[in-house]
Design a protein around this ligand. Sequence first.
Ligand code: NAP
Length: 227
Amino acid sequence: MTITLITGANKGIGFETAKQLLELGHVVYIGARDAERGEKAAAQLGARFVQLDVTDEASVASALTTIDAAEGRLDILVHNAGILETEVNGPAALRSFDTNVVGIVRVTEAALPLLRKSSNPNVVTVSSSMGSFWAVTNPERPEFAMPLHLYAASKSAVTMLTLQYAKSQPGIKFNALEPGTTATDMTAAFGIGRPVTESARVVVRLATLDSSGPTGTLQDEAGELAW
Ligand code: NAP
């Protein structure tokens, strides 16, 4: 049995990733900050639920303690929880970085002892091509014309964290990805994006790498994406 935790999995890309990994036979823990939304999503999929707010140290610690008590290890961690703030000011910057960046540090640090007990530990981070310096400086890419200051800056940090963890934890795979522009609540105001089923496949591909798979990469569905 593969034990998998997905943060922010009560809806959107995280929910669909949970569905696809359950279909592959994983034991999936749906991490959600809101118990009612998380329990409902888990019941709908036949997954397990853990209350997990990535901005709350106690909630993160308690979620990993619950998984440790039940499973004794964690094989796959999917950092999926994220927010997109369109305003640019100090409070919005703090919220963006607290959820998108510091949340990843909190969850990774709490999960490392459990990941080290796995025979094929794998951490997949849903970042964004908005955080790619190559994409936002390339006039031929859609990211070039999207001024999402806080989201882009936070996702650059997310990708860098992935790379730093890959280097410091050679026994654990750490890869970041761009899932593809997807129609979710996050993008509803822009009216853009493809179905979650297609984007979740990109997450599932990296989540199901075997032990010889790459680490320290940024990928999209076409393969490696430039930093
Ligand atoms: P979404 O439908 O808005 O889902 C975001 C999820 O994150 C929700 O479950 C949300 O929970 C959760 N979340 C937010 N803050 C949280 C917190 N403090 N603790 C725990 N969970 C929290 O958006 P999505 O499009 O599926 O986004 C998933 C990931 O894909 C994000 O990291 C996003 O940046 C990334 N991404 C998306 C696109 C796209 O085109 N959609 C493109 C590139 C990257 P609540 O329901 O409680 O709010």
